[in-house]
Design a protein around this ligand. Structure first.
Ligand code: NAD
Length: 348
């Protein structure tokens, strides 16, 4: 498993890094395969601009390493991988001929990995992109079902476990602030509200925040007031690295549990949160619902079995939080150790 940060590029942090260049379509992409001990590397395709090639490689590696952890802790037979497509301007519209040709070209590169890399959706890519990749010959996941609601269901199981552990209560009356009212955040807000939580929503798109807040009988808060807002639970469901050494002291929440990847700016923030008495539910545990749903589709689990597996995210979170307390380490450390032990036990 790698521990790459964007500031320190290490091309050998994981098993493999593949760069892809196609001059006919302008495709520039990076596939990072972090660890295939548990199975083929599965991870989404992120499509966005990058300040440099190094930044694109580092992000692919970092996200791939998180997928290794996510699959290990969710007991799924996949390794960790991720890829990025470097955008050099606004993305072509979904379904446009330009976009289809680019994804077809990308499919040919993915096929060359011989099934070691299986793509799915991530920021910037869609189910129809995965259909294009699949139809052009490579294996692809997330081509038929939006994983968002399943990610939300898993994140909610994780949140409930965090609240039970830290506050000793259920969700009734608990003040939950959801940052990001998108696919996952909106569904998570609805689940919490249905259990009696008082929900506040924030989004850089104010009408979207207002619509979700209204639908759950909640309120809104401005994006720049999220960290210091009065709440019991902060659920980051938007961008990465929202909790930093500089703002950790401003947090009012006693539990941080959400779906956004890479919530903590640096590893040190996990210790700072613990020192401040804030229970941090590792994001790579909380946001595994989407990959669990993908696997359910592959192996044909019933809806009941799928729901049961999503609920088990909460059991695993509880196990990690108790273990962290017993060993006097952070939940992130406890989760990393559990994942490493799981992967080691599967090493051939
Ligand atoms: N969709 C999934 O199944 C899934 C799975 C695992 C992890 N995640 C992670 O969860 C997060 C949310 O995913 P999603 O699918 O809901 O994305 P989305 O694009 O549907 O929604 C994200 C929302 O966040 C808002 N936003 C962006 N920047 C913001 C900011 N600074 N403050 C407040 N709001 C902001 C956007 O306007 C948008 O409404 C992402 O970090 C994603 O990587 C998603």
């Amino acid at each position: 498993m790698s521990s790459t940060t964007p500031d320190a590029l290490d091309l050998f942090a994981g098993e493999q890094v593949i760069t892809c260049r196609d001059d006919a379509t302008g495709l520039r992409a990076v596939i990072a395969i972090d660890d295939t001990t548990l199975g083929p590397g599965f991870g989404g395709v992120r499509w966005r601009p990058y300040p440099s090639q190094a930044a694109a490689v580092a992000e692919a590696q970092r996200l791939a390493a998180a997928m290794t952890l996510k699959h290990a802790l969710a007991d799924l037979p996949y390794g960790g991988a991720k890829s990025v497509v470097i955008a050099d301007g606004p993305l072509p519209l979904d379904g446009s001929p330009e976009r289809v040709r680019l994804m077809e070209a990308y499919s040919r590169f993915i096929a060359r990995t011989g099934g070691t890399y299986i793509p799915g959706v991530d920021m910037g890519t869609t189910m129809s992109d995965m259909q294009t990749i699949r139809d052009a010959g490579a294996r692809a996941f997330c081509d038929e079902v939006d994983p968002g609601p399943y990610t939300a269901a898993g994140a909610y199981a994780a949140m409930r476990a965090g609240v039970r552990h830290r506050l000793g209560s259920g969700m009734d009356g608990v003040r939950v602030l959801v940052q990001g009212a998108g696919h996952v955040g909106a569904a998570l807000a609805a689940l919490a509200a249905a259990d009696g939580a008082q929900v506040t929503v924030s989004d850089i798109d104010p009408p979207r925040a207002a619509a979700v807040a209204e639908s759950v009988g909640g309120t809104t808060v401005a994006p720049d007031e999220v960290i210091a807002a009065d709440c019991d639970v902060l659920a980051p469901c938007a961008v990465a690295r929202v909790i930093t050494s500089d703002n950790v002291a401003d947090l009012k929440a006693s539990v941080v549990a959400g779906a956004a990847n890479d919530t903590l700016d640096t590893p040190e923030v996990a210790q700072q949160l613990a020192a401040a008495g804030v229970t941090f539910v590792p994001d790579f545990m909380a946001n595994a619902g989407g990959v669990i749903q993908v696997h359910a589709g592959q192996v044909g689990w019933s809806e009941e079995e799928l729901r049961d597996r999503l609920e088990r995210i909460g059991d695993r979170v509880e196990q990690v939080l108790v273990g962290a307390d017993e060993r006097d380490v952070t939940p992130v450390r406890a989760a990393l150790d559990l994942a490493a032990a799981h992967i080691e036990s599967h090493r051939r």
